[in-house]
Design a binder for this molecule. Sequence first.
Ligand code: AMP
Length: 188
Amino acid sequence: MNIILFGPPGCGKGTQSQALVTERGWVQLSTGDMLRAAKAAGTELGRRVAAVMDAGNLVSDEIVIELIEERLPEAEAAGGAIFDGFPRTVAQAEALDAALAKRGTQVDRVVRLLVNEDELVERMEKRAADQGRADDNIDAFKVRLKAYKDQTAPLIPFYEGQGKLREVPGMGSIDDVAAGISAALDIK
Ligand code: AMP
Protein backbone atom coordinates (compact mmCIF):
# COMPACT_ATOMS: atom_id res chain seq x y z
CA MET A 1 0.00 0.00 0.00
CA ASN A 2 1.27 3.48 -0.84
CA ILE A 3 0.02 6.25 1.40
CA ILE A 4 0.71 9.93 1.79
CA LEU A 5 0.60 11.59 5.19
CA PHE A 6 -0.40 15.11 4.41
CA GLY A 7 -0.60 18.36 6.34
CA PRO A 8 1.17 21.58 7.32
CA PRO A 9 4.58 21.69 9.02
CA GLY A 10 4.34 20.39 12.57
CA CYS A 11 1.08 18.48 12.10
CA GLY A 12 2.65 15.18 13.17
CA LYS A 13 3.48 13.54 9.84
CA GLY A 14 6.91 12.37 10.99
CA THR A 15 5.73 10.97 14.33
CA GLN A 16 2.80 9.17 12.76
CA SER A 17 4.94 7.81 9.92
CA GLN A 18 7.19 6.19 12.48
CA ALA A 19 4.19 4.67 14.23
CA LEU A 20 3.13 3.13 10.91
CA VAL A 21 6.64 1.82 10.25
CA THR A 22 6.53 0.03 13.60
CA GLU A 23 2.98 -1.22 13.20
CA ARG A 24 2.99 -2.26 9.54
CA GLY A 25 6.63 -2.64 8.52
CA TRP A 26 6.31 -0.14 5.71
CA VAL A 27 9.06 2.27 4.66
CA GLN A 28 8.92 5.95 5.59
CA LEU A 29 10.00 8.17 2.71
CA SER A 30 10.58 11.61 4.19
CA THR A 31 12.18 14.03 1.75
CA GLY A 32 12.86 16.39 4.68
CA ASP A 33 14.85 13.65 6.47
CA MET A 34 16.72 12.79 3.26
CA LEU A 35 17.63 16.43 2.68
CA ARG A 36 18.67 16.96 6.31
CA ALA A 37 20.88 13.85 6.07
CA ALA A 38 22.51 15.24 2.90
CA LYS A 39 23.05 18.56 4.67
CA ALA A 40 24.54 16.91 7.75
CA ALA A 41 26.85 14.76 5.60
CA GLY A 42 28.00 17.86 3.73
CA THR A 43 27.33 16.32 0.30
CA GLU A 44 27.15 18.48 -2.82
CA LEU A 45 23.34 18.19 -2.67
CA GLY A 46 23.35 19.12 1.01
CA ARG A 47 25.36 22.24 0.36
CA ARG A 48 23.08 23.20 -2.51
CA VAL A 49 19.85 22.98 -0.49
CA ALA A 50 21.01 24.21 2.93
CA ALA A 51 20.15 27.90 2.59
CA VAL A 52 16.77 27.23 0.93
CA MET A 53 15.78 24.79 3.67
CA ASP A 54 16.98 26.96 6.53
CA ALA A 55 14.88 29.86 5.23
CA GLY A 56 11.82 27.61 5.06
CA ASN A 57 11.40 27.59 1.29
CA LEU A 58 10.82 24.53 -0.87
CA VAL A 59 13.73 22.99 -2.74
CA SER A 60 13.23 22.27 -6.43
CA ASP A 61 10.80 19.60 -7.59
CA GLU A 62 13.55 17.84 -9.61
CA ILE A 63 15.68 17.26 -6.51
CA VAL A 64 12.97 15.70 -4.35
CA ILE A 65 11.46 13.65 -7.17
CA GLU A 66 14.86 12.08 -7.81
CA LEU A 67 15.34 11.33 -4.10
CA ILE A 68 11.95 9.62 -3.95
CA GLU A 69 12.38 7.62 -7.15
CA GLU A 70 15.63 6.14 -5.85
CA ARG A 71 13.78 4.75 -2.82
CA LEU A 72 10.68 3.29 -4.48
CA PRO A 73 12.12 -0.23 -4.97
CA GLU A 74 12.92 -0.48 -1.26
CA ALA A 75 9.39 0.53 -0.26
CA GLU A 76 7.91 -1.87 -2.76
CA ALA A 77 9.94 -4.72 -1.29
CA ALA A 78 8.61 -3.83 2.17
CA GLY A 79 5.02 -3.86 0.91
CA GLY A 80 4.29 -0.21 1.53
CA ALA A 81 5.50 3.37 1.32
CA ILE A 82 4.58 6.19 3.66
CA PHE A 83 5.28 9.44 1.88
CA ASP A 84 6.01 12.05 4.53
CA GLY A 85 6.47 15.66 3.39
CA PHE A 86 6.24 14.60 -0.25
CA PRO A 87 4.59 15.55 -2.57
CA ARG A 88 4.45 19.26 -1.73
CA THR A 89 3.50 20.65 -5.14
CA VAL A 90 1.12 19.54 -7.87
CA ALA A 91 4.14 18.89 -10.13
CA GLN A 92 5.56 16.53 -7.50
CA ALA A 93 2.20 14.75 -7.17
CA GLU A 94 2.01 14.26 -10.93
CA ALA A 95 5.59 12.97 -11.03
CA LEU A 96 4.78 10.55 -8.20
CA ASP A 97 1.71 9.25 -10.02
CA ALA A 98 3.83 8.71 -13.15
CA ALA A 99 6.69 7.01 -11.27
CA LEU A 100 4.30 4.65 -9.47
CA ALA A 101 2.33 3.92 -12.65
CA LYS A 102 5.59 2.88 -14.34
CA ARG A 103 6.03 0.33 -11.56
CA GLY A 104 2.42 -0.84 -11.84
CA THR A 105 1.32 0.72 -8.55
CA GLN A 106 -0.38 3.90 -7.38
CA VAL A 107 -1.06 6.17 -4.43
CA ASP A 108 -3.73 4.30 -2.49
CA ARG A 109 -4.67 6.80 0.17
CA VAL A 110 -3.90 10.34 1.27
CA VAL A 111 -4.42 11.02 4.97
CA ARG A 112 -4.72 14.68 5.85
CA LEU A 113 -3.96 15.50 9.49
CA LEU A 114 -6.04 18.40 10.78
CA VAL A 115 -4.26 20.61 13.32
CA ASN A 116 -4.98 24.28 14.02
CA GLU A 117 -2.38 26.97 13.49
CA ASP A 118 -1.82 27.90 17.17
CA GLU A 119 -1.01 24.27 17.95
CA LEU A 120 1.42 24.11 14.99
CA VAL A 121 3.40 27.06 16.39
CA GLU A 122 3.47 25.49 19.88
CA ARG A 123 4.73 22.19 18.48
CA MET A 124 7.38 23.93 16.40
CA GLU A 125 8.66 25.75 19.48
CA LYS A 126 8.81 22.50 21.44
CA ARG A 127 10.66 20.74 18.60
CA ALA A 128 13.11 23.66 18.39
CA ALA A 129 13.97 23.03 22.04
CA ASP A 130 14.18 19.22 21.58
CA GLN A 131 15.91 18.85 18.21
CA GLY A 132 17.45 22.21 17.29
CA ARG A 133 16.38 22.11 13.65
CA ALA A 134 17.66 25.16 11.75
CA ASP A 135 14.22 25.88 10.27
CA ASP A 136 12.36 25.64 13.61
CA ASN A 137 12.24 29.36 14.36
CA ILE A 138 9.31 31.70 13.95
CA ASP A 139 10.56 33.45 10.80
CA ALA A 140 11.34 30.25 8.90
CA PHE A 141 8.14 28.70 10.22
CA LYS A 142 6.05 31.53 8.76
CA VAL A 143 7.73 30.97 5.39
CA ARG A 144 7.06 27.21 5.64
CA LEU A 145 3.41 27.80 6.48
CA LYS A 146 3.07 30.17 3.54
CA ALA A 147 4.74 27.61 1.25
CA TYR A 148 2.24 25.04 2.53
CA LYS A 149 -0.74 27.29 1.88
CA ASP A 150 0.41 28.51 -1.55
CA GLN A 151 2.08 25.44 -3.02
CA THR A 152 0.99 22.37 -1.07
CA ALA A 153 -2.67 22.99 -0.15
CA PRO A 154 -3.67 22.74 -3.87
CA LEU A 155 -3.00 19.01 -3.46
CA ILE A 156 -6.15 18.76 -1.34
CA PRO A 157 -8.51 19.19 -4.32
CA PHE A 158 -6.03 17.21 -6.47
CA TYR A 159 -6.38 14.09 -4.30
CA GLU A 160 -10.02 14.75 -3.49
CA GLY A 161 -10.62 14.58 -7.23
CA GLN A 162 -8.95 11.17 -7.29
CA GLY A 163 -11.20 10.02 -4.41
CA LYS A 164 -8.17 9.24 -2.21
CA LEU A 165 -8.33 11.92 0.49
CA ARG A 166 -9.30 11.09 4.08
CA GLU A 167 -9.26 13.63 6.92
CA VAL A 168 -8.16 12.67 10.41
CA PRO A 169 -8.16 14.92 13.51
CA GLY A 170 -4.52 15.51 14.44
CA MET A 171 -4.93 17.34 17.77
CA GLY A 172 -5.30 14.38 20.15
CA SER A 173 -2.68 12.16 21.75
CA ILE A 174 -0.21 10.33 19.50
CA ASP A 175 -2.14 7.08 20.05
CA ASP A 176 -5.52 8.65 19.30
CA VAL A 177 -4.23 10.16 16.06
CA ALA A 178 -2.62 6.82 15.13
CA ALA A 179 -5.97 5.09 15.68
CA GLY A 180 -7.66 7.63 13.43
CA ILE A 181 -5.09 7.02 10.71
CA SER A 182 -5.47 3.26 10.97
CA ALA A 183 -9.21 3.58 10.58
CA ALA A 184 -8.77 5.86 7.56
CA LEU A 185 -6.46 3.30 5.94
CA ASP A 186 -8.60 0.28 6.62
CA ILE A 187 -11.96 1.71 5.56
CA LYS A 188 -12.60 1.22 1.85
P1 AMP B 1 10.10 18.70 6.42
O1 AMP B 1 11.02 17.96 7.33
O2 AMP B 1 9.23 17.79 5.62
O3 AMP B 1 9.34 19.78 7.13
O4 AMP B 1 11.04 19.43 5.36
C1 AMP B 1 12.02 20.37 5.74
C2 AMP B 1 12.42 21.22 4.55
O5 AMP B 1 12.98 20.40 3.52
C3 AMP B 1 11.28 21.98 3.86
O6 AMP B 1 10.97 23.18 4.51
C4 AMP B 1 11.87 22.19 2.48
O7 AMP B 1 12.89 23.18 2.48
C5 AMP B 1 12.57 20.86 2.24
N1 AMP B 1 11.65 19.86 1.66
C6 AMP B 1 11.27 18.68 2.24
N2 AMP B 1 10.45 18.00 1.44
C7 AMP B 1 10.27 18.76 0.33
C8 AMP B 1 9.50 18.62 -0.85
N3 AMP B 1 8.73 17.53 -1.07
N4 AMP B 1 9.57 19.61 -1.78
C9 AMP B 1 10.34 20.68 -1.60
N5 AMP B 1 11.08 20.91 -0.49
C10 AMP B 1 11.05 19.95 0.47
